[in-house]
Design a protein around this ligand. Sequence first.
Ligand code: NAG
Ligand code: NAG
Ligand code: NAG
Ligand code: NAG
Ligand code: NAG
Ligand code: NAG
Ligand code: NAG
Ligand code: NAG
Length: 657
Amino acid sequence: MYLSLSYTTLFVCFYCAEVVYSQDASRTILNASRTGLPSSDVVGSITIPTTLTSVSNIETSSIFSLTSSASSIIITAAPTSTASSNPSIAPFPPVGSIPRDYTPAGLSRLWDLIGPVEIPPITTTVIPQTPIALPSPPPALYPPFFAVTPKDILPDLKFPKGFLFGVASAAYQVEGAVKDEGKGPSVWDCFLRALDKLLTRYFLTILPADVVDLHYYLYKEDVARIAALGINSHSFSISWARIFPFGAADSPVNQEGIDHYADVIATHLKSNVTPVVTLFHWDPPLALSAYYGGFASPNIVDDFIHYAKTVFTAYNGSVHTWYTFNEPQVFCSELGSFPFNLTLPNGVNSSNAQFQCSYYLLKAHAGAVKAFREMHITGEIAFKSADYVGMPWRTNNTEDVDAVERHAAFGIGIFADPVYTTGDWPQILKDTLPPDYLPRFTEEESKEILGESDFFAIDAYRTYWNTAPPEGIGACVKNLSDPLWPSCNLEVMVDLNGWASGPASDPLTPWLQATPQFLRTSFKEYHRRWPAPKIYFSEFGFTQPFEGLRTPAELSQITEDPERTNYYMTYLGELLLSIHEDGIPVEGAFAWAIMDNAEWNSGLSARFGIQYVNYSSPNLERSYKRSAFALCKFMAFSETLQALKNSSRLFQQHLQN
Ligand SMILES: *[C@@H]1O[C@H](CO)[C@@H](O)[C@H](O)[C@H]1NC(C)=O
Ligand SMILES: *[C@@H]1O[C@H](CO)[C@@H](O)[C@H](O)[C@H]1NC(C)=O
Ligand SMILES: *[C@@H]1O[C@H](CO)[C@@H](O)[C@H](O)[C@H]1NC(C)=O
Ligand SMILES: *[C@@H]1O[C@H](CO)[C@@H](O)[C@H](O)[C@H]1NC(C)=O
Ligand SMILES: *[C@@H]1O[C@H](CO)[C@@H](O)[C@H](O)[C@H]1NC(C)=O
Ligand SMILES: *[C@@H]1O[C@H](CO)[C@@H](O)[C@H](O)[C@H]1NC(C)=O
Ligand SMILES: *[C@@H]1O[C@H](CO)[C@@H](O)[C@H](O)[C@H]1NC(C)=O
Ligand SMILES: *[C@@H]1O[C@H](CO)[C@@H](O)[C@H](O)[C@H]1NC(C)=O
């Protein structure tokens, strides 16, 4: 999923003042109680119009919280002094102090940094009874305009032949079994625990995803369940620390990890579910952070390329569509924040870590794609972008037009410009960030990076407006202490009259409103700015409001998810129009997520699944939600936009009566 740590924490804390989350008795993940933040934590305050409800691009900072008052939004953060002097947070050993000991003893030592992990209730691969018998589908909601059904959407339009109609997941978020079959720790195994210790101050608890969905042992059933829906593809990620427990190129391969994913891939192929594989979905081996600072160090480049080559060789011919990196911009933006910044190497600090990471990550991407080509690996490869190209909040206001450009440059352009169009950073970045923040490419590096992708992929959950900071873009760009520096723009989720851009999702994902009305414009912009022969809509999805508050006993309330269903139906309808009316070459769409999962530091309470997972059950049973059936039927049924128009006409009549 899209979320960044600081974004999530930002809003989790904001939200926790309102709601107590404490269900799923056996595995309470997020426990927020009504609490105020100590006033000493206020690190900055900006006065902006009350109609602004969201502040973005604060990722270079830290654990934030927002409180809004009548006329201002106050940004608060946990201060360094408290964080580092808090005795409950064990300091991470200095970078480079842990020896490269690639023996079982060395692996134990890495796990000792983490402490005990939860033992999963199941410890071998489960062979399900197949085929999975689908339960009877939900009845249509009435009247139809209350919740669109697949047959309400564009009957004459079809997805192109070979269209990948998929679901998505990511290793850390679904696998569990984090210490099994030779896996090394990933940074998430360690850092969520550190974060949990810090958040204890705010009466918040975040448990790490030691077990979650146990997809690691239940993948056969999971694949069978999506095959039963008729979904023809699954985009998942490989855990680097399962293939290389120590991460490094000179360290041993874990054959159990290789064999595991070989069977995962084979299981997909046998079920006619096309596997789409991401090499890196935010979970680097912890060892590399300990040895040299992970993605803040140039050493990461060769280690990643070696990992990529190993995986390419192992699964060459079985996987056609590959991604190197998931949402690199979000990943890198976390590196300067606690707890990821516990392992920054010399010369890199919280302010420039994001851009050092961006530089090395692009080199790692380019190197892996170069290897892909040189090794004649069959198929196609790219990375997954995230975020959106916005719209000026105040129409025709030149500062807001500039704000849109800044948002696009820092959000997508930072990785997409070098790869798709120029071989270089967006000019806006170069104009804002000095070279000791943002390393400049040599001519040779530019050549290596430009063109290293076969298609464009975008995780496009929503599209909003952008506006200039109240102090003005010029003043912000010059002021390194400005909380909005360096991106110097604000995201706005309401129009000028204060109306939301679309229906809200769960309060735990306040960054997400359903905005199908902007989908076509967005895809036009992606295609215009970063042209590629094909586009994958690599993730989209929605949290049904308050779903995480429900207990397993409320299964029937949980599986009835009309808002998530509407999100998918309206997005897919607009996507069809984008393909047929606008000529945008979209060749796949992937619903996030295959099932409920660990939403990073929001834990299990932010629910994105089209299937429910009973976390109280030792079998972690899955149940289809309405949205799963809607997706399943989408391709079978179709209708014209006329149906939607008719619906709204009925609605008008209804209002008049
Ligand atoms: C949640 O946190 C509060 C305050 O620390 C604690 O009293 C309560 O027992 C916790 N609830 C759960 C379910 O863990
Ligand atoms: C890590 O980030 C936190 C904010 O997230 C900051 O307070 C702290 O100073 C940073 N630590 C280092 C070593 O940069
Ligand atoms: C990958 O498969 C293709 C097609 O079979 C083959 O030509 C190529 O040599 C293989 N590459 C590797 C590294 O195995
Ligand atoms: C914005 O500018 C365009 C072109 O100058 C003009 O047609 C349009 O009416 C303006 N919109 C507003 C809301 O002022
Ligand atoms: C971080 O590093 C940059 C680049 O070397 C430097 O300009 C900046 O002053 C450093 N910031 C801190 C807080 O040390
Ligand atoms: C820079 O931003 C900081 C934080 O908002 C503010 O306190 C300071 O006055 C600004 N400096 C200038 C020169 O505007
Ligand atoms: C969830 O699992 C628990 C424990 O096995 C069980 O008691 C409960 O009935 C399950 N809930 C549903 C809706 O299946
Ligand atoms: C929509 O309304 C038009 C005109 O009343 C009608 O001809 C058409 O069949 C309706 N379409 C659907 C899908 O109901």
